[in-house]
Ligand binder design. Structure first.
Ligand SMILES: Nc1ncnc2c1ncn2[C@@H]1O[C@H](COP(=O)(O)OP(=O)(O)OP(=O)(O)O)[C@@H](O)[C@H]1O
Ligand SMILES: [Mg+2]
Length: 615
């Protein structure tokens, strides 16, 4: 699931376009192109042959003009015409063959790159997703990859094909008449300088455009996901304005690109055209003087004309290559991000010593990687021991770091300092997969995927059977599932039936308990339930909690009462541990947090059975 509220692209991520040359960047595509290299090279070779065939036309023309035409031999002219027709048909067939050769392999290159990107995104740490806007990731997986595929199919081949054709053409021109050939060749040097300068300017415009597409995607995605808030607050105008501004900026960038391209195309067409005009005049004078045969001049000019498209196209081929380089760079920016590190296998991990069982935090320090440098860490020094089989409630003011602390147990974030052990084993030395089968979590925000109820719940334990599923739904008091159109087979999530907040929360809870995990971490799992349902869930949850070691974030006294002991989180430390009664008696802050909740609940009385205001 992409994060939806991450900030727009961090400017630090935008690598200056000039940092790595386009060629070096594009060479990184090689691993993906490798499997299809034979077909691709075959297609390119076919295209080179087809393109060079066009250079044979002038030779045939020269033969016709200097031979049959001069000799007044109609049969010879027909023969020549037949040869030209055959050449034309062959050329067309070869270009068709090229297209057929590359289409399928290149689609598979795109699919492979997209697959790798998706897999990589799944393995990147949560911290990465906190940092990157989802639209930037989406646009990399869609638009950018399409640009890359088109580059492999078209500009890359034709840069080679046209390059070979131009060189072969000029060899022919010089061979026919070196003086006229040099006149035509004269614009080459200034054109190369111009193309080089154009490339770097165009590269930065292309980069800007692609990043802006990413920002635009983010706005579209947020407006769709946040449609209720936008409508509820009547913000569609401002949202539309944000969209319009961004798309206006993008339009500006695209226009800049078009202007640059128009400029270079103009020059690329004009200079050779002028050289051709000069050659035509000089050539005609030479023919008039009898220094040159008419056939040679015809052949010379038609060779030059055959080279027009290859030369004219260089400009936009370079532009497309530049865009492909940018797209590739954007793709690898994500691919180069390090995946979650595996646990460093501690040689001979210590066996559970006496008293080391259960879940233990030792001197745990944590600060978010993207937090400002000067800020205090969220968790300063956490020392806490949840004994084996015990249920510990975690209480603290809002923003005190409870969610952060719970996310450390399944290693969604890496500790800044200290260690966390499960039955004496450091979680840093465990394989992630093992860790995540030991620990089950239910988060504050219950997320359902577009899948059936059963599939959503069984994400918690893939191998669980129907009986376990029923039990888990029972614990979570998710009886409403039976009333759904297709019971547990009903599709929910974005593409399915919409469930209420409390219903989603109960499914998330069922997901956490379905595998009867040894360690259970619940972040305020009952916040959206009415008091009666909450009481029922609590009664059922007691059994599950008795069998596992649990850390439960709680805001209300009723949830706290599920726990054997309570830990109070304050100022980045655990400032008190004890039973609910003990803490009520001995700790003013705890008393304040709990009594506040109680008072508010009483105030809410007739209004809200939802227990609102308790958070
Ligand atoms: N991804 C993040 N990046 C940077 N800072 C974060 C991130 N998530 C949370 N924080 C900060 O960490 C602090 C603790 O947040 P946390 O969500 O752990 O609080 P909490 O105790 O769960 O609050 P609540 O009771 O409202 O759920 C907050 O100041 C918050 O701004
Ligand atoms: Mg929280």
């Amino acid at each position: 699931m992409p994060t939806t509220h991450a900030p727009a692209t961090d400017p630090d991520q935008l690598v200056p376009a000039a940092e790595q040359s386009a060629v070096r960047t594009l060479l990184r595509l090689w691993p993906y192109v490798r499997p299809v290299r034979a077909r691709w090279a075959g297609a390119a070779a076919v295209a080179v042959v087809a393109s060079c065939l066009s250079l044979v036309f002038p030779i045939v023309l020269k033969w016709i003009v200097d031979g049959p035409v001069t000799d007044h031999d109609p049969g010879g002219v027909w023969l020549g015409a037949g040869m030209l027709l055959a050449l034309g048909v062959t050329e067309a067939l070869l270009f068709g063959l090229r297209r057929w050769l590359v289409a399928r392999p290149l689609a598979s290159v795109e699919a492979a790159m997209r697959g790798d990107l998706f897999r990589h995104l799944q393995r990147l740490p949560v911290a990465f997703h906190d940092r990157w806007a989802s639209g930037q990731l989406l646009s990399r997986g869609t638009t950018d990859l399409m640009v890359v595929r088109m580059f492999l199919a078209f500009p890359l081949t034709f840069l080679i094909v046209n390059g070979v054709t131009i060189v072969a053409g000029f060899v022919l021109l010089i061979a026919q008449d070196w003086g006229l050939g040099l006149v035509l060749l004269a614009p080459a040097l200034p054109l190369m300088v111009l193309c080089y300068r154009f490339e770097s300017t165009y590269a930065s415009a292309a980069r800007r455009a692609q990043d802006q597409v990413g920002d635009l995607t983010t706005v579209v995605e947020e407006s769709v996901l946040g449609i209720r808030i936008i409508k509820g607050f009547g913000r569609h105008r401002s949202q539309a304005r944000a969209f319009r501004d961004l798309s206006h900026t993008l339009r500006g960038t695209e226009l800049t690109k078009a202007r640059l391209l128009a400029g270079i195309l103009g020059v690329i067409t004009l200079l050779p055209e002028m050289a051709l005009g000069a050659a035509l005049v000089l050539g005609s004078v030479q023919v008039a003087d009898g220094k040159l045969s008419a056939g040679t001049l015809v052949a010379f000019l038609s060779t030059a004309l055959a080279l027009r498209w290859p030369i004219d196209s260089i400009g936009f081929l370079l532009a497309m290559s530049q865009e492909a380089a940018t797209a590739t760079r954007r793709f690898f920016e994500v691919m180069d991000e390090p995946e979650e590190s595996e646990g460093v296998s501690a040689a001979g991990a210590p066996a559970a010593e006496d008293g080391a069982g259960g879940l233990r935090f030792e001197g745990v320090r944590f600060r978010y990687p993207d937090a400002p440098d000067a800020s205090e860490p969220v968790l300063e020094r956490i020392d806490l021991h949840v004994r084996s089989g015990e249920t510990m409630a975690l209480v603290g003011a809002t923003g005190s770091g409870k969610t952060t602390l719970t996310a450390l147990v399944p290693r969604l974030h890496e500790l800044t300092g200290g260690r966390i052990t499960l039955d004496g084993r450091d979680i840093g030395s465990m394989e992630r997969e093992e860790l995540r089968t030991l620990v089950s979590v239910a988060f504050e925000e219950p997320t359902l995927f577009s899948a059936s109820v059963a599939e959503n719940v069984l994400m918690g334990a893939v191998e669980a059977d129907a009986a376990q599923l029923d039990r888990a739904l029972g614990v979570a008091q998710a009886g409403f599932v039976k009333a759904l159109p297709d019971a547990a087979g009903t599709q929910v999530g974005e593409q399915g039936l919409s469930l209420s907040g409390g219903q989603r929360q109960r499914l998330a809870l069922a997901r956490a308990v379905v595998g009867s995990p040894r360690f259970l971490v619940l972040d305020d799992p009952l916040s959206a339930l009415d008091v009666h349902t909450e009481a029922l869930v609590e009664a059922a949850l007691r059994e599950v909690l008795a069998a596992s070691t649990a850390l439960v974030v709680a805001h209300r006294p009723s949830t706290v009462l599920l726990a054997d002991r309570v830990a109070l989180l304050s100022g980045g430390r655990i400032t008190a541990v004890g039973t609910h009664q003990e803490l009520l008696r001995a700790n003013a802050e705890y008393r304040h947090l709990m009594s506040g909740a109680d008072l508010q609940r009483e105030d809410d009385g007739p209004l809200g059975p939802e227990g609102k205001g308790t958070r």
